[in-house]
Design a protein around this ligand. Structure first.
Ligand code: ZN
Length: 245
């Protein structure tokens, strides 16, 4: 029986939904993120805001929420600098990935998360990887996760479970999942409260834009992450509205 989990928590919509998932399931939940000198200090701030909002709005979850860990991974910034495109500045590739993307980055994240889970005695590692929207990330695929679960469990001689609640769902369903988990939390109006929390506090935009507020949250509105988030939100609200009539 699994009772404890470590959530890879970046402060984005996906990892916030994964955190809600873990809190709905496990007695003790800790969080981890990596600071690699990215332009996303906005993201690191978003994490703290999300954690504070969860503690304020969901008292039962607050009691289960344990330590938050932030590991320095400046070496990833060095790897980005070795790209052939380093003189071109930040831009999006046709793959939908920023040109600063580091191959295998998620392999490193998962390995470090497992090492931390080992030391903290946490059994399950929860991550928001998904094949549905970004099939371009080979280190986020289901097969990679299954292979990692085996490799990390063998390599550390500890049976880890890697849980990926978003693997086969799209962005509209991720909004829906946040609503469902919030509604099940025992907080009156918790479904809408969880959706509001995701809108207000999570950050997904690649450009780090927190100045433009849309129905689905803050962001530039035109980068691939914003487009995906907006499209998912539209799909979610359409479904909710048609169910209400
Ligand atoms: Zn954006």
């Amino acid at each position: 029986m699994h009772t404890s989990a470590l959530v890879l928590f970046s402060g984005g919509q996906d990892s916030t939904t994964c955190l809600a998932h873990a809190l709905s399931k496990y007695e003790r939940v800790e969080t981890i993120a990596f600071d690699y000198g990215q332009r996303h200090h906005v993201e690191l701030q978003a994490r703290l805001n999300v954690l504070a909002a969860i503690k304020a709005g969901f008292p039962a979850w607050a009691a289960q929420l344990g330590e938050d860990h932030l590991l320095d991974l400046a070496v990833l910034g060095e790897l980005s600098e070795t790209s052939l495109t380093r003189d071109m500045g930040f831009q999006m590739e046709s793959s939908g990935l920023p040109n600063t993307f580091v191959p295998g980055r998620n392999l490193l994240f998962m390995t470090l998360a497992a090492a931390l889970a080992y030391r903290r005695g946490l059994q399950v590692i929860v991550t928001g990887v998904c094949e549905t929207d970004f099939s371009g990330y080979p280190d986020c695929r289901d097969d990679t996760m299954k292979a990692l679960q085996l490799a990390l469990s063998l390599g550390m001689d500890r049976r880890f479970l890697i849980e990926t609640p978003l693997m086969w769902i799209d962005k509209a369903q991720t909004w829906e999942l946040a609503h469902t988990l919030g509604a099940q939390s025992g907080v009156p109006g918790g479904g809408q409260a969880m959706v509001d929390l995701v809108v207000e506090h999570t950050h997904t935009c690649y450009q780090g834009d927190r100045t433009h507020r849309h129905a689905w949250g803050y962001g530039c509105g035109s980068c691939p992450a914003c487009e995906l988030r907006a499209k998912g939100y539209a799909g979610f609200t359409t479904k909710v509205n048609s169910a209400a009539t």
